[in-house]
Design a protein around this ligand. Structure first.
Ligand SMILES: [Zn+2]
Length: 303
């Protein structure tokens, strides 16, 4: 039996696991991510070693930022991972072992292609909706990576040139409207304005906003429905651009489940139906691995 190692390098933690042919993690480890290069690479190296076995066929690495996939090298990485700028990720694996690396959103999409909802599909879009929005596009069976590896940053598609300031430095990116942080900002603003809402006592995190909306809280329900309309418009536009067979929506926001996917599917259907005369499925991830390990392993499995 062959296995693959997946290494996920995130802003706060590094996780590694060995994944079998069924897409199941059979060994795993996790450490805090140091913000200094020597310490970080040594944590990565020892995590890979800790889950190693003789049947490992390759190491896949998911890492935040822009990754040169041919050179297996970080071009730029954000925030605390900035120490990785220019680093050759292939050096993390034992010599002679096959290594693949890509950004975390494309790793998630790779996981869906090998073991999840995009299996057997040649056209798929993946959105990871958490604190921000990551994206990946699979067209004609291939991951779209762009001329300088930066393609697929769908969270920064502009939906309002004068909109809120985004982490990327531009204004009005879609993630400033639909990410968990955006939902929480709107909830906090409502509380700050003194709105009569359950959010005053329950708190303003994303899951709480969905929970209060489900209980009929007018303020929370307004935030949720406004977010779904924005996201529906955005996904409708992506469908017009790429004509996918499926749109997979993952990340922490997707844990809202039916309260999100039901109205979102109806919204998207209404937008594209008159032109497409068909529905495009908005699906939950098939892998749904919050660790990022399975997607990272899929990067090397796909090679
Ligand atoms: Zn942006």
């Amino acid at each position: 039996m062959a296995t693959w190692i997946g290494l996920d390098i995130g802003g706060t933690t590094v996780k590694a696991g060995r994944v079998n042919e069924a897409g199941v993690i059979v060994a795993r480890g996790e450490e805090a991510a140091p913000d200094e290069l020597g310490a970080l690479t040594s944590v990565c190296g020892s995590l890979i070693e800790s889950v190693w076995a003789n049947d490992v066929e390759g190491v896949g690495i998911g890492c935040r930022g822009i990754i040169d996939v041919d050179a297996v090298q970080v071009i730029v990485s954000p925030g605390r991972l900035r120490c990785l700028d220019g680093y050759r990720l292939s050096e993390l694996a034992p010599a002679g072992v096959r290594v693949a690396a890509d950004n975390d959103a494309r790793a998630a999409a790779a996981g869906e292609m090998v073991w999840g909802a995009a299996r057997g599909k040649r056209h798929a879009i993946m959105l990871t909706l958490g604190t921000g929005m990551g994206g990946a596009i699979v067209a004609d069976g291939k991951m779209i990576r762009g001329s300088a590896w930066a393609a697929g940053h769908l969270g920064h598609l502009n939906v309002d040139p004068n909109g809120p300031m985004c982490v990327c430095g531009a204004r009005g990116c879609i993630e400033t409207y639909v990410s968990a942080r955006a939902i929480e900002s709107e909830a906090w603003a409502a509380v700050h304005r003194g709105t009569d809402t359950l959010l005053n006592t329950r708190g303003t995190d994303c899951a709480t906003v969905f929970a209060c909306a489900a209980e009929g809280d007018k303020c929370a329900a307004g935030i949720v429905s406004g977010m779904i309309t924005r996201l529906g418009g955005f996904i409708g536009g992506l469908i017009f651009a790429f004509d996918p067979e499926i749109v997979i929506l993952g990340g922490s926001v997707s844990l809202a489940g039916d309260a999100l996917f039901g109205p979102l599917q109806r919204d998207v259907d209404a937008r594209i139906g008159p032109f497409f005369r068909r529905s495009v499925e908005i699906a939950r991830p098939g892998v749904g691995d919050p660790t990022g390990i399975i997607g990272a392993a899929a990067l090397v499995r796909l090679q």
